[in-house]
Design a protein around this ligand. Structure first.
Ligand code: ADP
Ligand code: MG
Length: 402
């Protein structure tokens, strides 16, 4: 028998690909910290529905897909931001969730929450998107395994950190200085990055926990490194289903990205950074290269989108300028359902950074992605022809209905 496989992507309707899907953008405003309360910094941010009003000079208003206010719980954040991406991933669509914002704005709280132990990842009410996502994906796999007899799921995960343009494997920390590569078969990937098979939720939590420990151990300047580095946790989900001699495999990856602090590096951790704009030009060299490239990519994509000239590709959009944008290219205008959560402080003393975060978020709203289901079929030529016939029949029935 001849074993062959073909990519499903070419079979997708043109309409679906061309329509594109917007990057969803949410703002999360955290409660004032003790410090902000103690210096009696007035509130600069008001939430009105899905708009943020900022008491800057001049006052500004921005509208997004949604705003999660100070009282939003971690559960609500996951329901709004994470669940649909997780569910699409199980259906074979790539997904990405980014948290963006200045240091101290609540990125790590939103993405991870307190992760002191595997126990807290499982039960703590304050746990963040990654833990809830893993929980959701594994419980869905268990549920679907029972319902859809014959579908086999498998999961793997990887966890890396980008610090000063160096990629380190957080699951195998002796693997440093990893390179991003691209080839026709695999697309973009990180060479030598370990991928850990996760048979169940506990194994996934253990991997995450180990990686997070490593992220803290790795540096003598702990705070500096964790605020200046990007952490990318990726979950790969595969679902294989056999019918009439044909195996269909849906495979998707889900990137959960805790970005470096977006403030001027000199002010890392200092919420009084008022001079951001004036320092911007002078100290451009000190800017985190990956974050700068991310901003540039988003600027080019949003400009393109607005001028309705959609010409993607490295000629126009400089994905290869940094490790981060090269690695996550698909989530920026490619094949991925992407969500950005921009975190801000409510305090007046952070107003300058908040303006810059909201501007970034407003740009990201313009990006459209071309999302397709990653599905491949394999089997004998005869059985594949049979499957095509079946699918045609289903299609005729569907179009007869509408
Ligand atoms: P970042 O990762 O952006 O530097 P963190 O997530 O570490 O910021 O948040 C800074 C501090 O504020 C932490 O002590 C965190 O627990 C707290 N915090 C952030 N967001 C919230 C929130 N929504 N509710 C309660 N505390 C929060
Ligand atoms: Mg952080």
């Amino acid at each position: 028998t001849l074993d062959t496989s073909m990519s499903m992507q070419s079979l997708h309707s043109k309409e679906e690909i061309e329509e594109g899907e917007g990057v969803r953008v949410y703002i999360r405003v955290r409660p004032a910290t003790e410090r902000e309360v103690s210096v009696a910094s007035p509130k600069a941010v008001t939430v009105e529905g899905s708009s943020v009003l900022l008491k800057s000079d001049p006052p500004r208003s921005f509208t997004f897909d949604g705003v999660l206010g100070e009282s939003a719980t971690q559960q609500e954040v996951f329901e709004t931001v994470g669940r649909s991406v997780g569910s699409s991933c199980l259906a074979g669509y790539n997904g990405s969730v980014y948290v963006y914002g200045q240091t101290g704005a609540g990125k790590t709280h939103t993405m991870c929450g307190p992760v002191g132990s595997v126990q807290s990842m499982q039960f703590d009410e304050r746990r963040g998107i990654i833990c809830r996502m893993l929980d959701y994906v594994f419980s869905e796999i268990a549920r679907r395994g029972k319902e859809e007899n014959g579908t086999e799921h498998s999961c793997r995960c990887s966890f890396l950190e980008i610090y000063k343009e160096q990629i380190t494997d957080l699951l195998e920390p002796q693997n440093t200085n990893l390179q991003v590569r691209e080839d026709l078969q695999r697309g973009v990937y990180v060479e030598r990055l370990s991928e850990l098979a996760c048979g169940n939720l506990t194994e996934a939590f253990q991997a995450l926990w180990r990686g997070l420990q490593q992220r803290q151990v790795g540096s003598t300047h702990m705070n500096e490194q964790s605020s200046r580095s990007h952490a990318v946790f990726t979950l790969y989900v595969e679902a294989a289903r056999s019918r009439a001699g044909v195996t269909s495999t849906r495979a998707a990856s889900l990137n959960l990205v805790d970005l470096a602090g977006s403030e001027r590096q000199q002010h890392a951790g200092d919420p009084r950074a008022q001079t951001y704009e004036s320092l911007r030009v002078k100290e451009a060299a000190a800017v985190n290269k990956s974050l700068m490239a991310l901003t540039n990519v988003i600027m080019s994509l949003s400009r393109e989108e607005r001028s309705k000239r959609r010409r993607r590709g490295s000629n126009y959009v400089h994905y290869r300028d940094s490790k981060l944008t090269f690695l996550l290219r698909d989530s920026l205008g490619g094949n991925s359902k992407t969500v950005v959560v921009a975190n801000v402080s409510p305090a007046q003393i952070c107003c300058a950074e908040t303006v810059s975060t909201l501007k970034f978020a407003a740009r990201a709203k313009h990006i459209r992605c071309s999302v397709v289901r990653n599905e491949a079929f394999s089997g004998t030529v005869e059985s594949l022809m049979e499957e095509v016939k079946l699918l045609r029949k289903e299609l005729v029935q569907l179009s007869g209905r509408s």
